[in-house]
Write a protein that binds this ligand. Structure first.
Ligand code: FES
Ligand code: FES
Length: 161
């Protein structure tokens, strides 16, 4: 099947097998390897992308759903100021960075902070519900998101709350 969609801001067209999933297309056709092939069953979040504005596991998106969609991968997001905010906030808070869960962890923070710059602990933990990070304790993740929020507020408004 032929699929046209927007990938990292560019119109693309790809011929893909009808049985393939978004993760296969990203990795095999576009050599975008930031979405990791972990559980391949929607549980770990390592394969996350932003799909039409929401963080989703790309292993659960069948080929036919890609047509006409807008997809942002961790590769494109890592070029942004928002990514740098998160990296700095994580680094200040001892959030681990082995690379396995980066796509899920980082994109989950971004979708949370883009709609709520001052999340509560409960909201942060809820945002990470579908992301399995084996290396970082929940308290460090919460501290990392709050530090990121402060950094972003300073960058955008010259002060934090
Ligand atoms: S590889 Fe997709 S959720 Fe685990
Ligand atoms: S940092 Fe290693 S799995 Fe999350």
């Amino acid at each position: 099947m032929t699929l046209g969609f927007i990938l990292n801001g560019e119109d693309v067209v790809v011929k893909a097998d009808a049985s393939s999933r978004l993760i296969d297309i990203l990795r095999n056709h576009f050599k975008l390897l930031g979405a990791k092939a972990g559980c391949l069953s929607g549980v770990c979040g390592a394969c996350s992308v932003i799909f039409n504005g929401k963080v989703v596991p790309s292993c659960l998106i069948p080929a036919f759903r890609i047509r006409g969609s807008e997809i942002i991968t961790i590769e494109a997001f890592s070029e942004t100021d928002e990514y740098q905010d998160i990296r700095e906030g994580f680094s200040q808070s001892g959030v681990e960075n082995c690379g396995y869960c980066d796509a899920g962890k980082i994109l989950a923070v971004e979708t949370l902070l883009s709609r709520n710059l001052r999340p509560t602990r409960e909201e942060i933990l809820l945002a990470f519900k579908g992301i399995k990070c084996r290396c970082t304790e929940p308290d460090s993740l919460v501290a990392g998101v709050l530090a990121t929020s402060d950094i972003r507020q300073r960058r955008l408004y010259g002060r934090s709350a």
